[in-house]
Design a protein around this ligand. Structure first.
Ligand code: ADP
Ligand code: MG
Length: 506
């Protein structure tokens, strides 16, 4: 692996890289940075979490003139969260060079963005929808753009942004550098690249095995109605530092997060129907550890980079193998170990085998933890917390009462009652009910209606199980999977495509 020294970067950029703690370049960075520095067009393909942001951000900052008052670089990302995340990373890398950046995304008051634009950022990171708004209002001009980056391009197309991207790119001067980054290279991405990139260099880092070896994977066969009990036992047994629990629908996420809270877990939910403020709050709480269980849909969690996630639980089996890989990739990052558990109902076993086949990884079966194991795990964790306190903390404020109580009561009875209180008291007895999800069934492929007409089809929320029983809760789903579509041709999932009621993240 190369050190960053070898790229011959501006010392100010080098300083920022060092400050961020990056020592060596990642494989995609090693391949992409020299090409990007040369100004040539570039297609970069690598999995999530491989450092694609810095791969384009470092050369971009290197090539941007901090004295300019024009928009010189435009980066498009699929979601607000990613716009913010990319913008934060660029800001850190650009700190010493003094390049100004601004994230632009829907959900934030446009007036505020217009005011921020008066600080003349040279780099704008935005979601296509909101960018179009600004272009139409003439609050963003693209006449001087020299560099364009399409980040997570597959995801942007899945979200129906193709037309927006096309109209934005048609407004950028032809004389420019265009870089496209994507985890997968389905044909629609290749077409887009053909249309807008000029003799691009293609670099890709495709792992031999789809699944990271640092992630211990297992599935648990469990009836739909027993899933909640199962996850409580798992959480008790393992007491994860940070866990992401994936649910299939927004309703699922809401119900499960609430149910876990009722049982005393520090949990919260994240999905696309929450306001931007709510989502930011939930993410902040998860990052700073004030909640340790994040219940999320695929779409909400995709691409988010949270370090220290020790466990992923697929409460519901994901639709396609690619989602499975993306989901479990939330853990086992930065060389740390992670655990990924997947709940499979008996009727979904076929679907699990299909995922195993495509990912070329056999997922071992684990029995459901017994109540005894759950209790043991939880008590072990409580004892550890207690002993930590004994070692580290001042507890004078409780001493007098403790002595008094010990004079009157049995010490074992006292300590076990205190532990019970610490464990959340009577909360185990709270009953909760979740609306059952239909099992996923693998079936023969049906004509693919996804791309047949209209824009804004595709990923999050445009499909649901037929009929009105699903209420207003739209399915969050990414079409993804195109790169593995040759594997997937023999099976399709029983879903119906609806185009109503779905608006994109603008
Ligand atoms: P991707 O876009 O490929 O999903 P990111 O760009 O979000 O991945 O990077 C994932 C994480 O790795 C980020 O926290 C980023 O700061 C970190 N990272 C990137 N490059 C390096 C590097 N060379 N050394 C250490 N950490 C890195
Ligand atoms: Mg990325």
């Amino acid at each position: 692996m190369k050190t960053f020294q070898e790229f011959g970067l501006d010392p100010k950029v080098m300083q920022a890289i060092t400050d961020m703690g990056f020592e060596e370049s990642t494989p995609i960075q090693e391949l992409a940075i020299p090409i990007a520095l040369s100004g040539r067009d570039l297609i970069g393909q690598a999995q999530t979490g491989t450092g694609k942001t810095a791969a384009f951000a470092i050369p971009l900052i290197e090539r941007i003139d901090p004295a300019s008052e024009k928009v010189l670089a435009l980066i498009m990302t699929p979601t607000r969260e990613l716009a913010i995340q990319v913008s934060e990373e660029i800001e850190k890398l650009a700190r010493f060079k003094g390049v100004r950046t601004l994230p632009i995304y829907g959900g934030q008051e446009i007036g505020r963005q217009i005011r921020a634009l008066r600080r003349y950022p040279q780099v704008i990171i935005g979601t296509p929808g909101r960018l179009i708004d600004h272009i139409q209002r003439k609050t963003i001009r693209l006449d001087d753009v020299q560099i364009v980056v399409l980040d997570e391009a597959d995801e942007m197309l899945d979200m129906g942004f193709l037309e927006d991207i096309q109209s934005i790119l048609s407004l950028v001067p032809e004389q420019r550098q265009t870089m496209l980054f994507s985890a997968t290279m389905p044909t629609n991405i290749q077409r887009l690249a053909q249309q807008f990139l000029h003799e691009p260099q293609h670099v890709s880092v495709i792992p031999k095995q789809v699944s990271a070896p640092l992630i211990t994977q297992a599935y648990i066969e469990v009836q739909e109605r027993n899933k909640f009990e199962a996850i409580c036992r798992l959480l008790d047994m393992e007491s994860p530092e940070l866990a992401i629990v994936f649910g299939r629908t927004k309703r699922r996420v809401d119900e499960l997060a609430e149910a876990l809270q009722k049982r005393g877990y520090a949990a919260d939910g994240l999905h696309g129907d929450l306001s931007q403020n709510m989502r930011d709050t939930v993410m902040r709480k998860f990052r700073d550890g004030s909640i340790d269980v994040l219940v999320a849909t695929d779409v909400a969690a995709r691409g988010l980079d949270v370090s220290g996630v020790t466990h992923v639980v697929n409460f519901d089996l994901p639709q396609d193998p690619e989602s499975y890989v993306h989901r479990i990739g939330r853990t086992g990052r930065a060389g740390k170990e992670g655990t990924a558990w997947t709940f499979v109902t008996p009727r979904e076993m076929d679907h699990l085998h299909f995922i195993e086949k495509v990912t070329r990884h056999r997922i071992p079966r684990r029995p459901l933890p017994t109540i005894a194991e759950a209790v043991e795990g939880k008590q072990k964790m409580l004892a550890e917390r207690l002993l930590d306190l004994v070692d580290n903390e001042e507890h004078n404020e409780f001493r007098a009462t403790a002595i008094q109580l010990l004079e009157q009561y049995d010490s074992v009875a006292l300590l076990s009652s205190a532990m019970k209180l610490l464990a959340g008291g009577q909360k185990n007895e709270v009953t909760v009910e979740l609306t059952p999800e239909e099992p996923l069934r693998a079936r023969r492929r049906r004509p693919d209606v996804r791309h047949s007409s209209g824009r804004r089809m595709g990923s999050s929320g445009d499909r649901r199980y037929g009929g009105s029983s699903s209420g207003d809760y739209r399915r969050e789903h990414r079409t993804g999977g195109s790169s593995i579509s040759h594997h997937a041709t023999d099976r399709r999932y029983v879903t119906q495509t609806r185009r109503d009621g779905y608006t994109n993240e603008r």
